[in-house]
Design a protein around this ligand. Structure first.
Ligand SMILES: [Zn+2]
Length: 152
């Protein structure tokens, strides 16, 4: 696969050479912040700022974040199941998404916690991976995916 040469603004399509780092904070095309992130990451970052600006008192931005994150978790879990050739009934898949969402909300609302890189990256590494493989030992013994009650 050819290596990507440009990072593209998710809003206006402006192309910036990937090798020219650091990227400008505001898009040179449309002047918006977080332009270099995927659109959902951008929305989540803005909601996080709004939530933090209220001292985390205003719960509405957080609720909005969860509404964006839920379908992301759904997709991540569906593709993980597919790549592991595991079939789960819709109801159990839904349980898994909800448990992941609750786990995210709990971790996120610990004092001082915030996402600085990528929300999707955080979800994969800290929410979904422990769900599938809580301990290496367990994975070796039972194969992956047996951590969550849905898989037992
Ligand atoms: Zn732009």
């Amino acid at each position: 696969m050819a290596r990507r040469k440009y990072v593209i603004c998710c809003l206006c399509g402006y192309q910036h050479p990937i090798i020219e780092k650091p990227y400008p904070q505001l898009c040179p095309g449309c002047n918006k912040i977080y332009w270099e992130k995927p659109i959902n990451e951008r929305r989540l970052m803005l909601l996080q700022e709004k939530y933090d600006a209220s001292g985390r008192q205003d719960k509405e931005p957080f609720q909005e974040m969860l509404l964006i994150i839920e379908p992301i978790l759904h997709n991540l879990i569906a593709s993980k199941l597919k790549s592991s050739a595991i079939y789960l009934e819709e109801e159990k898949r839904y349980d898994l998404v909800m448990d992941s969402l609750v786990s995210f909300a709990e971790k996120y609302n610990k004092p001082g916690f915030k996402i600085t890189g990528s929300f999707v990256g955080y979800l994969k590494t800290h929410i979904l991976n422990p769900l599938y493989n809580p301990k290496k030992k367990r994975r070796e013994k039972n194969g992956s995916f047996h951590a969550h009650p849905c898989f037992r």
